[in-house]
Design a protein around this ligand. Sequence first.
Ligand code: AQP
Length: 344
Amino acid sequence: MAWRPVAAAPLSVVRIFSGIQPTGRKHLGNYIGAIAQYVSSQERGEGIFCIVDLHAITVAYDPAELRERLYDTTAILLAAGLDPSRCILFRQSDVHEHTELTWLLSSVTELGRLQRMHQFRDKELAQRELVSAGLLIYPVLQAADVLAYRAEEVPVGEDQREHLELMRDVARRFNSRFAGGEEVLVVPEHRIPPVGARIMDLQEPTRKMSTTGSSEQGTVYVLDEPKTIEKKIKSAVTDSGSEVRIAEDKPGITNLIEILAAVRGSERAAVEAEFAEARYGDFKGAVADAVVEYLSPVRERFQALRADEAGLERMLGQGAERAREIAAGTLSEVRERMGVGPPG
Ligand code: AQP
């Protein structure tokens, strides 16, 4: 693989940052809520995307599998359409500024708030072995990831709202405590996709589709074969009644409407109108076809990209160099403002 260098973005261009964990198998929720947004953001601004291996070690994991999953995730992102000549794509642990900034920002992060975070509490309860301090500090590392690049936008799913609010508060507190209110750290905006911000489990449509909390049958994986996708969607739990419409008491059908609208890039109302007279079976068939068509090109491109680990490493290394140039500038200003290290 040969990658062209990243062109410098003009100053007025919006800077967009997001991170994704190299854990588990990436699913349709990750794809619609995050990956598809990353790809489209390349048209709108300077995208910086990070595979967050340091986040992945905060729960029980296998070191050899972590490396495999890192390459899987990198190849999925490229297969989805991330183009290293138009964005920066790198591995978090290659840029040490993330961990240094985490420590510096921990001094302006409220401990009680970390302890109350929903994701921490859910994972703490689910954790069978050690609950690591890393799991608690996770949102500070996430804040450092974004703030190191002074990113203006963070495209992520609805489940990240609480973490985004925390990082905005950390930036504000830093600016007020150490920069006299000047925006040394940019307060980022959460960018949620208009449709598909919270894709639900096909078997338990009141829970989000997730890597750790969902069943195999309830989760469509990006790399699932067409037949598997079809089977999962056709056996999705639906609700009593027979109308295809969005309603609180119809979480299964509402989720399928959301999925179809998201993969088609259309509105939920347009899907409802089109299938107003349809039976559940026909509607599910249409959703299955659309999802297969949506994910198939990604699965096909993935194979060749994943086979070239040396090429993936080279590309990640080049991305990390470019990322480090930006993050090092922020770190030197943060250190200076905090009085850490030699002056000037
Ligand atoms: N169900 C979902 N619908 C829409 N967006 C989703 N995201 C996750 N689930 C859904 C978004 O995917 C991005 C990447 O997530 P990640 O892999 O870095 O970790 P995560 O958020 O922990 O993903 P999971 O699958 O939900 O894993 P667990 O089970 O560990 O919690 C994020 O932007 C997220 O919003």
